[in-house]
Structure formats: structure tokens, C-alpha cells
Design a protein around this ligand. Structure first.
Ligand SMILES: [Zn+2]
Length: 320
């Protein structure tokens, strides 16, 4: 009795296995049939359509996923052709019947996944401004801590040619093909000084040296005399603090500057003092105007340098 039941069970198993095999084979066969009868149509290496009929030519494919597809079949000539059917994205079949058509326009099914890919390129030109980098010029007529802009920058214009590639009307990429300068850009030009700034400078630049430091007329000349026209700018020899300004006996109108390192400079016989006691000045600042006040025989600047109370030859600090 147990044996009979077992053989019955085996029979059911066999039937189920055979049925399953048939189903699987049928599925394979159906798939094979489908695959055999479809052609994917390419245009410029992009799939643009799927069709039952092997196409002879695809003449164009363009934006918004539309393609003009010419196909050949069933004895029609190229001038008299038809599309039997096309396949949509979800593999359902759109029948076009036996209608004779010269072209079939395939449109995408939705915006997200077009069945057709149309590729277009567009070349266009536009003009835009451009700038060039600043130019630095090392200048041996300026001190190393000085900078001066000698030329303001100005943009140039250039024509740019770009090529854009669109798939289904959407821009895919953009490349620059060439640029042509129409007007040259002007760089900003900046001069940078290279001369090491001297610790001390002379109070005037264009002068005649009329008297040196040392013994003169039986006494000692405590500075140097620099002859310049009356009214010439007199500059501070170095940064410092004004400790005397105004009338000062034999010096006439004078200015004394304490440079904070034990060195004091004196400027005598001026026609006018332009600073006041306690004022901080920078090297090169105009502290007064030259003249011939006090014990003076003609317009000049008496320039004196002292280390503490002792007058020293200015050539120790500045060349003249
Ligand atoms: Zn003098």
C-alpha cells in the first residue's frame, strides 16, 4: 500500500517537472522569436528607433527625439517604402499597417525616457570682455618700499566660438572651439622700486655745495652749506620728532629734528618753518622753505648733524 502511494507521488512529480520544462522552453522560444524580429536603428551612433523592418537608411535625427526613418521591405523601392510596425519603450507594438509611407516620425513616449535619441550640434559665436594679468616693472629710480601704478588696466574684447551638443533638445556639453582677439586687453602696470632706502637723505636735492664741515674763518663750521634758491623745499633727513622750530639766533629760522637714535639734524637760515615743536615727521617731509635768515651771506640751507652735543661731518651718514 505504501509502495503504491509512493509511485503515485512520483507520477505527480514527473508531470509537474515536464509541465515546468514546457513553460520554460516556451518562454525561451517566445523571447528568441521576439529578438529575431527586432532591429535597433542607429543614427550617428545613437539608438533612435526599434523596428520590425530592417531599415535601409536613416536620413536624419534631430532634437525633441524625432527621427525621420526610411525603411525598405516587401518589394518596395527606396522611393516607395513603408514601416510595418514600431516598438515603444515598454515593448508594446505600434502597428502602422500596410500603409505606404515615405517617412515615419517617431516621438518619445515621455520626457524622462525617450525611445529615440536625437543628437544635434550648434555652433555659435559671441563677443565678451577679457582681462590680462598685472605686469610688474622693477624700477631702479624708486626706493624698494615704494610702488606706483603707471598704467590702469583695460579689458579687451574677443570673439569666442563654442560648439554645443544637444540630446533630445537638452544641452549635453559645450566646448570652446576657438577665440579670436578683437581688441587687446591692457594690463595694469605697477612699478616696484629696487633702491635700498638710505638711512639719511640730504634736505635738498638740486644744490651747490658752498661750504664743507670743518675749520672755517678761525672757527669750526658745524655743518655743510647747500646753496639753493630762496623758497626751495627743505626735507627731513630721516623720520623723527621736531624739537625746535622758528627763530633761533645765528641759525635764523631753523628746525631741529631728533631721530631717536642719539642723532639730531639741524636745518638753518630758512625763510619759513612749516613744522612745530613736538610734531612727528617722516623722511622726505617738507619741514620748511630755504632762505637767508640769521648769519647768512646768501640763500642756502645749513645742514648739520649731531651725535648728542657733538657736531659730526654729515658725510658719515649721507653722501654729497
Ligand atoms: Zn653753514
Amino acid at each position: 500500500m505504501i509502495k503504491v502511494i509512493n509511485s503515485l507521488k512520483n507520477s505527480y512529480k514527473r508531470i509537474i517537472i515536464i509541465f515546468a520544462a514546457v513553460v520554460i522552453l516556451a518562454a525561451f522560444a517566445g523571447e528568441a522569436y521576439k529578438n529575431r524580429s527586432w532591429y535597433t536603428v542607429y543614427f550617428e551612433n545613437q539608438p533612435v528607433a526599434v523596428t520590425r523592418v530592417k531599415p535601409k537608411k536613416v536620413y536624419e535625427a534631430y532634437g525633441n527625439a524625432k527621427a525621420k526613418l526610411y525603411s525598405e521591405g516587401k518589394g518596395f523601392s527606396e522611393d516607395n517604402i513603408y514601416i510595418e510596425e514600431t516598438r515603444t519603450r515598454d515593448n508594446s507594438i505600434e502597428y502602422m499597417g500596410e500603409t505606404e509611407i515615405a517617412e515615419a516620425i517617431y516621438t518619445r513616449l515621455d520626457d524622462k525616457e525617450p525611445i529615440l535619441t536625437g543628437k544635434t550640434t550648434q555652433i555659435f559665436k559671441y563677443v565678451n570682455p577679457y582681462y590680462v594679468e598685472c605686469e610688474y616693472v622693477y624700477d631702479d629710480t624708486m626706493y624698494e618700499d615704494e610702488m606706483m601704478m603707471t598704467q590702469e588696466e583695460a579689458p579687451g574684447t574677443r570673439e569666442v566660438t563654442v560648439i554645443e551638443t544637444y540630446y533630445n533638445g537638452e544641452r549635453h556639453d559645450r566646448r570652446m572651439l576657438e577665440t579670436n582677439v578683437i581688441t587687446e586687453a591692457v594690463p595694469r602696470e605697477v612699478h616696484i622700486g629696487t633702491i635700498k632706502r638710505p638711512e639719511y637723505i640730504l634736505p635738498v636735492t638740486d644744490y651747490i655745495l658752498t661750504s664743507c664741515f670743518g675749520p672755517r674763518w678761525g672757527t669750526n663750521h658745524n655743518g655743510i652749506d647747500l646753496a639753493v634758491p630762496t623758497g626751495t623745499d627743505v626735507m627731513a633727513a630721516k623720520d623723527g620728532l621736531v624739537i625746535q622750530a622758528g627763530w633761533n639766533g645765528g641759525y635764523g629760522i631753523s628746525v631741529y629734528i631728533d631721530h631717536g637714535n642719539g642723532v639730531i639734524t639741524r636745518y638753518g637760515h630758512m625763510s619759513e618753518s612749516l613744522v612745530s615743536v613736538g610734531q612727528a615727521v617722516k623722511q622726505g617731509d617738507v619741514i620748511g622753505l630755504s632762505g637767508s635768515t640769521g648769519d647768512s651771506t646768501g640763500p642756502h640751507v645749513h645742514f648739520e648733524m649731531r651725535e648728542g652735543d657733538v657736531a659730526v661731518d654729515p658725510s658719515k651718514y649721507v653722501s654729497y
